[in-house]
Design a protein around this ligand. Sequence first.
Ligand code: 5GP
Length: 191
Amino acid sequence: MRHHPIIIISAPSGAGKGTIIRELLSRDERLAVSISATTRECRPGEEDGVDYYYLTIEEFQSQISADGFVEWEEVYPGIMYGTLRSEVERLWKLGKIVIFEIDVNGALALKKFYGQQSLALFIQPPSLEELKKRLIHRGSESDEEMRIRLNRAEYEMSQAQFFDASITNQDLKVAVREVAELIDLFVYGEE
Ligand code: 5GP
């Protein structure tokens, strides 16, 4: 098995990345998701320390000053997201294969940081139209937030070429199987 393997999973908001990751976790207890820090509001149904560590802007900035992040980014205007060093170390101590669920810029920054130790996967929605439908269906964003997320999605999809592999989430079961196979090959493939 590869030492401290890292799996980076990126996708536009609404491409189904969260569902795919939940499926992977329920199948394989060696995997654990790195919980990111963010300054965005906690959505209904989310929990601090489970979905994100919800920080104030001041708390986030003091982590930046203390070099507490492996990477951080202003993903949407005024809204910061970042990967805490302490979180990655916590999961490695537990012997976990760490999964990062992260936007494309964060993903490519992590890939650069961790190099061969990491596998970067991009989840594609079947189309931008389908992505729009899924976001409307989810109903958690205002019109303005949705417009920002769709613009962002177009940019994110243009970056798929820089990932180690790209998986289209047309059918959830198929996508989960493809991702699981790629992870197994990466983690155990050289044995
Ligand atoms: P959401 O607000 O929908 O949960 O996430 C918004 C975006 O922030 C997603 O594209 C998500 O991948 C990204 N994101 C989540 N955690 C991190 C992180 O630790 N670092 C960076 N750079 N982006 C993140």
